[in-house]
Design a protein around this ligand. Structure first.
Ligand SMILES: Cc1cc2nc3c(=O)[nH]c(=O)nc-3n(C[C@H](O)[C@H](O)[C@H](O)COP(=O)(O)O)c2cc1C
Length: 125
């Protein structure tokens, strides 16, 4: 993705600049912070993920793009303080939501998916 922005592997300044765009949510008009209550168990993160996946698909169907941003969770103390998020909520990640710029080279990438066989083991019974 950085390559599509002309940022090479050894371009440390370019990489830093590209990473910093996360903290302006790629200039999306809507940003979100996804949290989960600390009393919930590890398995409950599945529910959060399923809820979000359905939300993203619903937005995509309406022409709205989303970008999940785990980088936002790297500074939880700032988010808790600035947004008044209660301490009992653990910050999982950020979201950028907006209309994708089709002309942006990064949005023209078609990243291949792993073959199913790399992720699923089928057993005959
Ligand atoms: C859990 C998770 C965390 C991610 N965190 C970031 C992030 O911090 N910054 C970023 O630019 N992309 C991040 N991504 C990648 C984008 O959200 C997006 O999935 C990626 O661009 C691939 O898009 P595609 O599914 O359309 O191929 C993350 C993806 C996942 C699944």
């Amino acid at each position: 993705m950085y390559g599509s922005r002309g940022v090479t592997h050894d371009d440390i300044d370019g990489q830093r600049e590209a990473v910093l765009r996360n903290w302006e949510f790629f200039r999306a008009p809507l940003a979100g912070i996804v949290c989960m209550h600390r009393d919930l168990e590890y398995v409950d993160s599945l529910g959060v993920g399923m809820f979000l996946q359905t939300s993203f698909l619903s937005l995509t169907a309406r022409g709205v793009g989303t970008c999940v941003q785990v980088s936002i969770a790297g500074y939880p103390h700032i988010l808790h303080a600035q947004l008044g998020i209660a301490p009992e909520y653990r910050i999982l990640y950020g979201l950028a939501i907006g209309y994708p710029d089709a002309d942006l080279p990064a949005n023209q990438l078609h990243i291949a998916r792993n073959p199913i066989a790399d992720n699923v083991v089928f057993h005959d019974y």
